[in-house]
Design a protein around this ligand. Structure first.
Ligand code: ADP
Ligand code: MG
Length: 361
C-alpha cells in the first residue's frame, strides 16, 4: 500500500462556476500541499470537497487504502468518518468553553484520564498551559488561533485542512505563528492541505503548490519550482515573487544573516531559528537597477549583474539578470530605455536587506 492522498476532483456550481484539480501527496513522511490563488479561485471549494462537506461532481479522493469519494461507484464517506482536522477561515471557538474545554471537544470517545492527558499534551505543544482556564474572549487573535489549531489536532486527524489559517492575524503575530506551524506540522508528522494567498506562507509551509485562478489550475509542482519559474506571466502575477533560489547561511550577527547564493553573498534580515539551508526569495519590484556603482546607499546589497533577457510586461519590463545567481527585476519602460537594458548589458542591482526573505529548506 502506498501511504498517499490521491485527489482528482471536479466541482461545478449551478452558477456555472467550476473548479477542477488533481494531485497526490505522501502521508508518511507527511507532506503539505498548498492551494494558492486569488479570492474566488475555488480554493475553499476544494477544501470542502476533501472534508466531505461538498460532494464533487466527478473524480476520486483516496486516503491510503480508504476511498473517501468515488463518482464511478457513488461512494461518498461522510465528514465525520474521514477523521480530518479542519480549520475554517473564521476559526470560531466555542465561546462558553475554556481553552482546555475547546481542545477537549473532539475527544468525547476517550476515557476521562486519556482525555486529560491528551489536552495537557496539546496545551504544552501549543504553549497554552497558562491560558487553559481562560475563555476565548480573554485571548488575543494569535492565542485563539493556537487554540483552534490545538482543537483541530487533538483527535489525531489523518489529514489537516487549513483555510487561510494566518490571514486574520497582524504582521508580527503571523510571522511567529507561520514558523511555529511549520515546526508543529513537522513534529506531528501530519499531512495537510493549506489554502493561502500569501507566498511567504506557501513557501514556508508547503512542499508542493497548486496555483489556481477562476477554478483552473494554472501551474502545480514543488514550491520552489513554481515560485521561481512561473509558467506564465499570469502565474508570476498571482505568485508575486519572481526570484527563489537556494542559499546557504554563512553566519548571523546583529539580526542580519550573510547568505551564499550562487557566486554572490547577500545580507538579509535573519528570522530566528534559521539553520544553514534556505531559499532566498526576492520580489522583482524590490530590485533597483543602476547603470554605475552607487556612491552612497542604505541598501545592504549592491550586486554587479549582467542582463540576460528583457521582456515587456504591461506597463513594466521584466528583466532577467545574472547576478551570480538568477535574479529578476521589474522596472518601468522609461527606466528600461534610460538604462538601455538589453541582453549582455552590465548593470548594478540594489536590494535592501529586509527585502530578502529567507525560508528554511
Ligand atoms: P476561494 O476560496 O478561492 O476564494 P471559493 O471556493 O470560496 O473560492 O469560491 C469559488 C467560487 O464559487 C466563487 O465564485 C463563489 O462565489 C462560488 N461559490 C462558493 N460556494 C458556493 C456555493 N455553495 N454555491 C454556489 N457558488 C458557490
Ligand atoms: Mg476561500
Amino acid at each position: 500500500m502506498r501511504a498517499e492522498l490521491l485527489v482528482q476532483i471536479r466541482r461545478r456550481y449551478r452558477s456555472g462556476f467550476e473548479v477542477a484539480a488533481a494531485w497526490h501527496q505522501s502521508l508518511d513522511p507527511a507532506t503539505v500541499t498548498v492551494l494558492f490563488g486569488p479570492s474566488g479561485s475555488g480554493k475553499t471549494t476544494l477544501l470542502r470537497c476533501l472534508a466531505g462537506l461538498e460532494r464533487p461532481d466527478d473524480g476520486r479522493i483516496v486516503l491510503g487504502e480508504e476511498v473517501w469519494f468515488d463518482a464511478a461507484t457513488g461512494r461518498h464517506l461522510p465528514p465525520q468518518r474521514r477523521r480530518i482536522g479542519f480549520l475554517f477561515q473564521e476559526y470560531a471557538l466555542f465561546p462558553h468553553r475554556t481553552v482546555a474545554g475547546n481542545i477537549a471537544f473532539g475527544l468525547a470517545h476517550l476515557s476521562r484520564a486519556e482525555r486529560r492527558r491528551r489536552v495537557a499534551e496539546l496545551l504544552a505543544l501549543f504553549e497554552l498551559e497558562e491560558l487553559a482556564e481562560r475563555y476565548p474572549h480573554e485571548l488575543s487573535g494569535g492565542q485563539q488561533q493556537r487554540v483552534a489549531l490545538a482543537r483541530a489536532l487533538a483527535p489525531h486527524p489523518r489529514l489537516l485542512l487549513l483555510d487561510e489559517p494566518l490571514a486574520a492575524l497582524d504582521g508580527p503575530t503571523r510571522d511567529g505563528l507561520r514558523r511555529k506551524l511549520r515546526r508543529w506540522l513537522h513534529t506531528l508528522n501530519i499531512p495537510a492541505v493549506i489554502v493561502t494567498h500569501d507566498w511567504l506562507e506557501a513557501s514556508t509551509l508547503g512542499q508542493q503548490v497548486i496555483v489556481l485562478a477562476s477554478g483552473r489550475v494554472l501551474q502545480q509542482g514543488p514550491v520552489e519550482e513554481v515560485f521561481s519559474r512561473p509558467a506564465s506571466t499570469r502565474v508570476a502575477d498571482i505568485v508575486g515573487v519572481e526570484t527563489v533560489v537556494p542559499g546557504e547561511v554563512l553566519n548571523i550577527a546583529g539580526g542580519l544573516a550573510r547568505v551564499a547564493v550562487g557566486s554572490a553573498t547577500l545580507t538579509a534580515v535573519a528570522p530566528s531559528e534559521l539553520n544553514g539551508r534556505v531559499y532566498v526569495c526576492i520580489r522583482a519590484e524590490e530590485v533597483t537597477l543602476l547603470p554605475a556603482p552607487p556612491e552612497a546607499t542604505s541598501a545592504r546589497n549592491r550586486l554587479r549583474a549582467r542582463v540576460v533577457h528583457v521582456e515587456p510586461e504591461g506597463a513594466l519590463v521584466r528583466v532577467e539578470l545574472d547576478a551570480g545567481f538568477p535574479l529578476v527585476a521589474l522596472v518601468t519602460r522609461p527606466s528600461c530605455d534610460e538604462l538601455q537594458l538589453a541582453p549582455g548589458r552590465s548593470v548594478w542591482a540594489l536590494i535592501k536587506a529586509p527585502a530578502i526573505h529567507l525560508v528554511p529548506r
